[in-house]
Design a protein around this ligand. Structure first.
Ligand SMILES: *Cc1c(COP(=O)(O)O)cnc(C)c1O
Length: 486
């Protein structure tokens, strides 16, 4: 089975280009003696394009079809966990009683909403086996920043001046950015040949100036950092904290105790693992969880339940303050709450299926593509471009040829420690048929590289825009429409 190519090749004009006086639905405000009730609807603003309803609806429908969406097929973007989110969760989040809530409503009026937040917080604490949480951060990276601020507050409280954070070279780019934004110096720790943290180098780099190690686990190669207990004991020797970037929880949920790993701080992306369409630019949510010793520094407010069973906002002792107005993205919390409650005890099966699906693709695709590591992988797999290079092709050619075959491309050229990385994450929501269709598309690309390589090297052929100049697109973006062509 081959997925349908839904892109259309026609160039779509902007509305101002389609505009002409002939097309205007109503030429003068008081035309045609329409009933006054209807006339109100036909107000006319000269600055807007003059265009008929038919043209308008078709214009937006065509534009919508230029998008690739989950409804079209697999989104194999590694590290992003682009998966299907049950519509039930969206329905709940848009329920009138929920969407009409206002953040300034007094506590007594929003007890139900506070109960939902409190339940979600305690479910997440149970899943990770950690005692503290805030749901304020608006994204994963924002959760990291909150975590790094908490480290600062912790060391200030203990009268220690520590300025360095160790980060492996396989880390997500947001980790060094968050550390630097909070004023820390970032020290890179190279990974070993297999792609996991190099403990010898960690021992050499760690000093009494080290505030923390920020480790992604499973890391960006989809590998579990199995030396975590030893890593933790090295950190303990120097009084440094362990921060885990837990954005990839799809691989660990219900299987691993963050408490037992000795984690001090970790952020999760509710918009990746716990339902909420992400990819449209948000809103997202980065829950930040912490160990006992970090509790006093959590952002304010926190929600507690008092002895009368009422929910109250409280301020932790040595709080770092607010990371966001009020208490975070409530609609994302509703979706996450609904997701966890509807899965119930089956939550760990999500992890199992995500890992099975990924390993199935790994097994099949490794007949053509070269694996970046020989270690067992979890929810995603990273290949390098060595087998493509034999045909004079690159990762970019493979990605573009996949677009012609109706698939979104995998994450490419990340992580940076793999040559021409191709990072594939199918997630648990894909069927065997879809995984097989994706495999066939890749096999087809290799077959053509043997017989008619130009069909791959010149790809894409079927997308509305073919090969763009990516450098110019970044340096001279044309962001507004003007009559003058650039
Ligand atoms: C997605 C991701 C992030 C960043 O999350 P945002 O919500 O995009 O800010 C950080 N770390 C890892 C490992 C990720 O996969």
């Amino acid at each position: 089975m081959q997925a349908l190519v839904t892109t259309i090749s026609r160039k779509e004009s902007v509305l101002f280009e389609l505009s002409s006086a002939e097309n205007a639905p109503v030429k003068k405000k008081k035309s045609s003696g329409t009933h006054p009730l209807l006339q109100k609807e036909f107000s006319h603003d000269k600055r807007l394009p003059e265009i008929s309803e038919t043209q308008l609806v078709r214009h937006f429908y065509r534009l919508a079809r230029l998008n690739y969406s989950w409804e079209d097929g697999l989104y194999p973007l590694g590290s992003c966990t682009m998966k299907y989110n049950p519509l039930l969760n969206d329905k709940l989040a848009s329920d009138a009683d929920i969407s009409a809530l206002h953040p300034s409503h007094p506590e007594e009026y929003v007890q139900g909403a506070m109960q939902l937040i409190h339940e979600l917080e305690s479910d997440l604490c149970t899943i990770l086996d950690l005692p503290g949480i805030t749901l304020q951060p608006a994204a994963g990276a924002h959760g990291e920043l909150a975590g790094v601020f908490m480290m600062r507050a912790y060391f200030a409280e203990h009268s220690e001046n520590r300025n360095t954070i160790l980060i492996p070279d396989s880390a997500h780019g947001t980790n060094p950015a968050s550390a630097a934004m909070a004023g820390f110096t970032v020290e890179k720790v190279p990974t070993n040949e297999q792609g996991t943290l190099n403990l010898d180098i960690l021992r050499k780099k760690i000093t009494n100036d080290t505030a923390a190690l920020m480790l992604t686990n499973p890391n960006t190669l989809g590998l579990f950092e199995k030396d975590i207990i030893e890593i933790k004991s090295i950190l303990n020797e120097y009084g440094a904290l362990l921060y885990i970037d837990g954005a990839n929880l799809n691989a660990l949920m219900g299987k691993v105790s963050f408490g037992k790993m000795g984690v001090d701080l970790t952020q999760l992306n509710l918009h990746k693992t716990f339902s909420t369409p992400h990819g449209g630019g948000g809103p997202g949510q980065g829950a930040l969880l912490c160990s006992e010793r970090m509790l006093p520094y959590l952002p304010s407010p926190q929600i507690t339940k008092d002895e009368r069973g009422l929910y109250r906002f409280v301020k932790p002792d040595k709080t770092i303050g607010k990371m966001k107005q009020t208490y975070g993205q409530f609609s994302v919390m509703v979706r996450a709450w609904a997701y966890i409650k509807s899965k119930g005890k089956d939550l760990s099966r999500v992890t199992e299926k995500a890992v099975y699906n990924s390993n199935y693709l790994k097994e099949r695709l490794s007949r053509k593509l070269n694996l970046s590591s020989s270690l067992p992988t979890l929810h995603e797999t990273v290949f390098d471009q060595s087998t493509l290079k034999k045909y004079g092709a690159t990762t970019k050619n493979l990605a573009k040829a996949l677009l012609d075959r109706g698939f979104y491309a995998p994450t490419v050229y990340f992580p940076l420690n793999v040559d021409g990385a191709i990072m594939v994450e199918p997630t648990e929501t894909e069927s065997l048929d879809e995984l097989d269709a994706f495999t066939s598309a890749i096999f087809d690309i290799f077959e053509l590289l043997e017989t008619e390589p130009e069909k791959i090297l010149q790809a894409p052929f079927k997308t509305p825009v073919r090969n763009i100049d990516e450098t110019q697109a970044a340096r001279q973006p044309v962001l507004t429409w003007q009559k003058v062509q650039v």
